[in-house]
Design a protein around this ligand. Structure first.
Ligand SMILES: [Zn+2]
Length: 389
């Protein structure tokens, strides 16, 4: 068997940044063989610029919304954004499926190898059947009014069955709640039966109004319910933050994947970390900084998350709320706002942590023997990226 050997300015393994005397060796089919010192590597070493890294994991995307690129104005705030998505997402099917293919092409070109993808319909299934990327499909369930819980659950089960046709080799599947403000207790109970062994994801505290709703039954969500004709009279505020009101409902999930966390308080983050260690439950905080910039003109509390050793992962969200589907673009934005955080740490979020969150770390996320994580080269200034294998 012929080997491929690579050397660069640095070799990021998925967990650490190694200096340039380390050589990555892979089989011809891109399976990782070893990392060795250059004195032991022999001939035919290909020299690349910048950093060699495993392929990236996009832990939060909505590929099915790719056709909405540029449609919703920036900085509207979440409530008006959600309203725009719900009312404007319907296009001719051909336009939607063409945009889905372009979105997947863009992720491939940007070195992404696996995606945690939110699904509200079956339109991404034909593209995913081509198996160019690995997917954890999160069939998203919502329904605020308790009276529609059974109906919504049944509809989502149909999609779940549809996506379960995908080969298990590189796709996984769960039913996941959309957001605290869109899932009733009755619907949570139906969902909970499917949580064991699954990664369960939820949009968390993407706006400050989520806490206002749960603490006091006030704030901008009341305007959204009214605009959408949703009866909210049944809702009883919990006097707690949104996160602390629902996090206990996810305790049967294998992994918890909290997305956005833009307005999570230090107290919330501390209590989630405490619960995760009590339950021995891997809990991941997914940051989508470009979407936060696009919608709320906000940034997530990265310093607090790091203070509590939170397991961070990165996501692009959809093209409805982002300019690109690129994990490197998310890293660039984080580096602009948090220049003191080492690149090595951010690359861990983008590779091994994402692979763990999506239960794909046996194959992806790091350069360990037998894995096939994809090999990407990245210039030191992050402006140039190339898929090597
Ligand atoms: Zn999202």
């Amino acid at each position: 068997m012929a080997y491929k050997k690579f050397k660069a300015g640095s070799l990021f393994t998925g967990t650490e940044m190694l200096p340039s005397n380390h050589i990555l060796i892979a089989n011809e089919d891109a399976t990782i063989e070893a990392i060795v010192d250059e004195t032991e590597a022999g001939d035919d070493v290909q020299v690349l610029n910048g950093i060699i890294t495993p392929g990236f994991i996009n832990s939060h995307c909505h590929l099915e919304l790719s056709h909405m690129k540029g449609l919703v104005p920036e900085h509207t705030g979440l409530v008006d954004f959600v309203f725009s998505i719900v009312t404007q997402r319907h296009f001719a099917e051909g336009e939607i499926t063409a945009a889905i293919k372009n979105g997947e092409d863009e992720m491939l070109a940007n070195g992404i190898v696996a995606v945690g993808d939110i699904c509200n319909n079956m339109l991404t299934l034909p593209q995913k059947q081509q198996q160019r990327l690995a997917y954890y499909n999160f069939v998203e369930v919502s329904g605020w009014n308790p009276s529609i819980a059974a109906m919504r659950f049944q509809k989502s089960m149909e999609y779940y069955t549809g996506f379960s046709q995908l080969p298990i080799r590189n796709s996984q599947l769960s039913l996941s709640p959309h957001a605290p403000y869109s899932v009733s207790n009755e619907l949570w109970e139906l969902l909970q039966t499917g949580f064991p062994n699954k990664t369960v994801t939820i949009h968390n505290q993407e706006t400050a109004f989520e806490d206002a709703l749960f603490k006091a039954g006030s704030g901008d969500f009341l305007r959204m319910y009214q605009a959408m004709g949703i009866d909210n009279s049944f809702f009883v505020p919990t006097s707690k933050s949104s996160l602390q009101s629902y996090i206990g409902k996810m305790e049967d999930a294998r992994n918890v994947l909290l997305v956005h966390n833009t307005f999570s308080s230090e107290e919330d983050i501390a209590s989630v970390q405490q619960l995760a260690s009590k339950l021995l439950q891997p809990t991941f905080f997914c940051l989508c900084p470009n979407a936060n910039q696009y919608i709320e003109n906000a940034m997530p509390p990265l310093d607090v998350l790091r203070k509590y050793n939170a397991a961070i992962v990165l996501g692009t969200d959809s093209l409805a709320s982002n300019w690109s589907l690129s994990i490197v673009d998310e890293i660039k934005t984080l580096r602009k706002h948090f220049p003191l955080v080492p690149l090595e740490e951010m690359l861990q979020w983008a590779t091994i942590n994402g692979a763990k969150a999506l239960q794909m770390d046996k194959k992806l996320g790091s350069f360990e023997k037998g894995k096939k994580p994809g090999i990407v080269s990245l210039s030191e200034d992050l402006t140039e990226l190339k898929r090597i294998m």
